[in-house]
Design a protein around this ligand. Sequence first.
Ligand code: 9GS
Length: 275
Amino acid sequence: MKEIRLPSVVDFYISSPEQPNTMELEINKLTANIFKSHRETCQFRVEELQALQWKQFTREEVMVYQCKSIEEMWERCACRLTDAIQYVVEFAKRIDGFMEFCQNDQIVLLKAGSLEVVLVRMSRAFNQENNTVFFEGKYAGTEIFKSLGCMDLVTSMFDFAKSLCTLHLSEEEVALFTALVLINSERQWLQEKAKVERLHTHVDMAFKRILLRNRRDGLLSKLFQKMAVLKLLCAQHIEKLRAFRQLYPLIVHSLFPPLYKELFTCDTDLQTVIE
Ligand SMILES: CCS(=O)(=O)c1ccc(CNC(=O)N2CC3(CCCC3)c3nc(-c4c(OC)ncnc4C4CC4)ccc32)cc1
């Protein structure tokens, strides 16, 4: 009986372009699937964001934002964030293998990773020349978010977007990096960790191969450092939300989007975020 040998990770690295092995073909297919999923769910294309980058809020418009109440600004940002997260949920659902995870693990990965993916994607909407970011139709500086009452978080998010911009990620690199951030087998409460780990390994291989091909292999270590910053930013966001909710529980309960509450507060029983 001929022994069946599953292609190993090593096989992938020793295959030759002339005779791609099954692992190579599988990684090619996953790479194309992630690029396509990102293109179809990126919310705004880079070209659109760049075309708008000199559309700046006037001083008067900035002042109107600064005069808004903390409740209104928090509600607006929660709604904008939820808009962005809905595209991330769709991105995840289109990644081959994600819908094969059990529902608990799909929700665990989205609860832990969706804001991280939004923040990586948000760097595409950052204008490094004048430190502004696209928000509600125009580009704004940090001053527009003053009435949120959490300028430390705002500044950290701006700094993160700026630091990511300096890496000049291509859309393919954003696609693969955000897939890697999302399909993270180290997330707490996973029930089928081995299954998530297998897909994570394949996404990791796909990403490393693209970086090698583009002669960007130094990028991965820099991106791993960014993952640590992403974790801190998300913890800061949860902390600020908790403080806001202590002051305005009814605003959160009645005006914040259900998806935002399911992902970022613990008092709602987990509905299906994956329709
Ligand atoms: C993502 C896909 S995309 O196609 O690239 C894309 C799609 C839409 C937009 C419009 N902006 C937007 O929806 N949002 C949402 C939120 C609010 C809350 C978190 C995330 C946010 N945040 C910022 C932002 C900050 O962006 C770097 N940096 C500091 N503070 C803030 C706000 C106080 C939270 C700035 C815009 C912004 C931008 C980009």
